[in-house]
Each structure stands twice: as structure tokens, then as C-alpha cells.
Design a protein around this ligand. Sequence first.
Ligand code: WTA
Length: 631
Amino acid sequence: MTFDEKTNMYYPSEDIIENANVKEYEQLYKYSIENRDAFWAEQAEHLQWYKKWDKVVDESNKPFYKWFAGGKINVVHNAIDRHLATPNRNKLALIWEGENGDVRTYSYHALNREVSKFANILKSMGVKKGEIVTIYMPQIPEQIYAMLACAKIGAVHSVVYGGFSHEALGDRVRDAESRVVVTADGGYRRGKVIDLKSIVNDAIDNCPTVEVVITVKRTAHEVVMVNDRDYWYHDLVSLPIASSVCETEQLDANDPLFLLYTSGSTGKPKGLIHSHGGYSVYTSTTHRMVFDIKPEDRYWCAADPGWITGHSYLVYSPLMNGSTIFIYEGAPNHPYPNRWWSMIEKYGINILYTSPTALRGLMRYGDSWVKKHDLSSLRLLGSVGEAINPETWKWYYSVVGNEKCPIMDTWWQTETGGFMITPLPIIPLKPGSASKPFFGNEIGIVNEHNQEVAAGEEGSLVIKSIWPGLATGIYNDPQKFIDTYWKKYEKEGWYEPGDSAKRDSDGYIWIIGRSDDVIKVSGYRLGTAEVESALVNHPSVVEAAVIPLPHKLKGNAIHAFVILNNGLTGSKELATEIKNHVSKMMGPIAKPEEIIFTDTLPKTRSGKIMRRVLKARALGLDEGDLSTIEE
Ligand code: WTA
């Protein structure tokens, strides 16, 4: 890579361009827009179908688009089965390192055996096609087997991030009405055991649908097992039912693959649905093109499978593309801040995909922790979750990537399934910009009259086209899918992501942040409404409003304005108690940075809290139009 001062851009070396899977952007982009269906049909040919689709996209029931309608496929056929007939059979599919130093590796052949055994266990528990299985696990290989096992038999998984509290887990299990939950006795984090099984036990006290809990032994610390409900995975896997042969279910392209709960601007998290066909095509194509995947690559996506990044780019797309994936269980700085770099060196990782927040967390320890390792295996770097600040970008580029690796700053969402705005390794880069629309995508940045804003001006990001990775709905609530994403631009038929952005005079897109009531803390997505209801759940609190304020490591931190019950006065102790209460209700990621006690909150006459006023005040900025504020 070379940096050009005149244009302020980083240019790929000839070597990168020569070897890239996609060697040109503009013409292919034009082609993909003018021939959307043909473009996606060509990409779909990279996968194996049991039966080819009748129609690339059926738009008869907008916005519930059906991609590859009439086609028959299973993501597991493409992620595992088809590799077994090729030399990939003996290639490593998975290298896993536990925080305590345990290492396990699996070839594609071995992965198939493990997933088949897990699938047969699920079947023996009566799991049927279409049934939703909840998975609440640490980052261990069995978490991935459980996901793939569900997909293999046509069941739908709902993975809940292992850092969520029992209340958050319970909400999701109840919404999904899961009968079977898969968990582990615990996982390691910073040398301590995280007791996941106790959290599951607490959660399902209030989940009447749960009949079976399958528990993987990871830490061997003592846990409470309930008779006739709880089974050890290692017991089940030694029974004859757990045969290592299991037929992969031939599914319709639009049969659901998974639910993933995510926060929005209103109320409870919603279960976004992704389906086998379109999702497989979109994630495998973006992964192959943007990360420039080569057969020999060792690829590390450092996200947790509990989030969409883990689903799309840790589990599904790399396995479909036949990569060797690396997974690490624990904290990046345990036992020392060089843990990540030592593993990149040890395993010869070629591609690292992570978040700005994780990078900032490691950057603060200084360069020497990185530099003492040989990271010359790295070829390409990726970033996701929030905009990467130029300082962090430059550190990633020079200290981690040794000025040799292009950085793919990928903008996308749980709802979009895969990358929407992203560079390719062959285009010049600007630190902090997610660059250009991916093929097939028409991205707009519009003002309140739905007109494109001028270069350099801020506006609302909209997606004017449709793409195969788009979620196919919200579980149990189709109307919410329409209201949340398609209402605002109903006439135009555009998708509303809820972000604001700018486009510069070179056509590069710069994401500014959420423009709705969603807060990104350390790249994690939280709804103001959820955090506020956890605050109000504290016996001393009557009303609350939360806003994000900039934070050096986390990107944003939660600041909570709280009105106490009559007669109570705020204190440091009470603030700590309220913070811990939120953490207990939702999980540590939602813990407010600061509690500010107040007597009133700025509201509109219709009673809506004006968070933007609170934010402007906190930052000492202009409070804007106050005409609708209540006196
Ligand atoms: C934000 C994560 C700037 C954005 C994959 C989006 C980003 C939300 C980027 C979705 C990026 C994600 N630059 N902002 N590269 N990537 N975002 O559903 O606000 O957890 O709307 O999906 O993350 O978060 P989600």
C-alpha cells in the first residue's frame, strides 16, 4: 500500500490488484445495478442448489421479498457437505483456542461428523423442521456445531449472546417459544468462569415452553442440573442415537435459517429472520469479494457468534467459501495485552476482522505488545460495528498491518445480513470512510424532502434497491417489519437503516451514526427504550432518559438522566446501585457510565422525551428547535 499526500488516500499495491478476486469496481457496479437479477443469479451459481430457483426475486409481497423463489438449498450443504467431495475434506475447517490455552482443531470431515452427531441428538429430542432452538453458549466449537446442526435439519436457531442477563435471555426464549435450549456449564473470561448454566436455570424458571436443556461441559465447575430436563452433551453424544451420519434437509430457499434479536427504537428487541437461500448467496459473495478469500487463507473474525457479525462472517460465509476459521474463546488482553497478536503469529492468520472498540482497547497498551510478534502472515484487515476513527484506522494500518494490508471498513446491520457499504481491496482507501456501495446496492443520502443532499452535507442514509441478504421479516410481528424499516419511505419503496451519513465529492460515504433511538456502545446495539425500562424497574426510579455521549474506548457511553421517587435524593451509592441494577437486568454492556439525578426531563407536548436536547446540553451545543417543548 502507498499513501498519497495530495489525495489523502491509501492506494493498493500492484500485487494486491493483480491477485484480487475482483479487479475492477466501476464497471461491475454499473452492471450489477442495470442487471440486478442477472448479477445475483451469477453469484448464486457459486453455491450448490438441490433445485435451481424459478425466479431470482419474487416481489409480489413487498417488503417481504422472496429471493431465489422456488429454489431448494441448505446452507449446511454449502458450508460442509459439498466440501467433502473435494480436497477440502481434509483441510482444517476450524482452529479453536480456549482462553486457558486449550486447543482443538477440526477438518471439514471432522466438522461434518460433529455437526451430524449434534443434529441427531436434536432429532432424538424431537426437534422438527421450523422449530426454534435457543443457543446460549460461550465461544467454543460446540456453539458452532449447535448452529449448524439446527440448520442441517431445518430447525431455526436463535443464538443469544453469552453476555446477556437471565432476564434478557428469558425474554428471547419466551418470544421464540423454544422447547430446547443449548448451553454450557460455563466459559472462561479473564481467567474466571462465567457461569452460563445458572443464568439459564434462572431464565427458564419463567419459560414454560422449555422442556430440554442440553449442556456442554467446558469448565467442569459444579452446576445445578434439573432431572428430566437437563442433559449433558457428552452423555448424549456417547449414545447410539448420536450417529455421525445425518442427511441434510433439502429446504426451500425462503425457509428460515435463524432468528437474531436486535434492539430497535421501540420497546423490546425484535427477532429478525434470515433465510437459507438469499442469505447464503449474499454473505458468501460479499465475503469472497471484499475479503478477497483464497483457498489457503486462515481467517479470523473476532466477533462473538451471538451477534450478526458472528453469524454471517464467522460461521456461515467463511465455511461456504471453504476457509479455515479461527476462533478464540476469551478476553483479548488475557493474560497479557499481546494475546491476540501471539495467536495471529502462532496460527499464521491471514485476515483479521474486528471492531474499532476492540482495537482501541488494545491500542492503549502501546505498540510494543504488537511489535514483538511476527504478524507478516496478515494480508487484509476488516472493521465493523461503528465508524472507525482515523487515529485507530492508522494504528491498525501501520502497527498491525505493517502498511501492507488494506482495511475493509464494512457498514451493515443485523437486518441487511451482510456488507452494504464497503471498500474492496482494489480501491483507494480513506481512513474513516466505509467507501462505496457493494454491488447491486443503490445508496442514497437524503434530506427531509427525500432529495439527495449535496456532497459534504449530512443526511439520512437510505437503501433504494433490494438485495438477497435482506432479512425476510420479524418473528411474530410482520407489521413491525413494515413499520420499522419501510414506513418512512413507503412511496419510494426505500429501506430506512436509521443511520445518518455524508457523501464526499469523490463519492465516498462517511457514516456519522444512528439517527434514531438506538445507541452503539462498544459496537453493541442497545435501544434507549430497553435501557430506560431497566432503569425505571429500579424501585427508587420513576422516570429515566438515556443518551449516548462520546467515549474514548467504547465509542459511545450511556448517560442516564433519572428522576427519583418523591422524597428521595440522589447519592453516589444510589447511582452505583442503579447502574448495577441495569447491568443485572440487561447484561454488563448496558451498564450506564453515569447517572445524573434530575427533577425534570425535556419533553414534547405529547410527552415524548427530547433526547436530542439532553444530548446538546451535555455537549454544550445548540439545543436546536425547541418549539415543541413543553413549558
Ligand atoms: C453501525 C453490526 C459505521 C451502524 C454489523 C449500523 C457502522 C449499526 C459500521 C448496525 C461501520 C456498523 N461504520 N457504523 N463500518 N458497521 N455500524 O445490527 O450504526 O449490530 O446501523 O450490525 O451499526 O448494528 P448491528
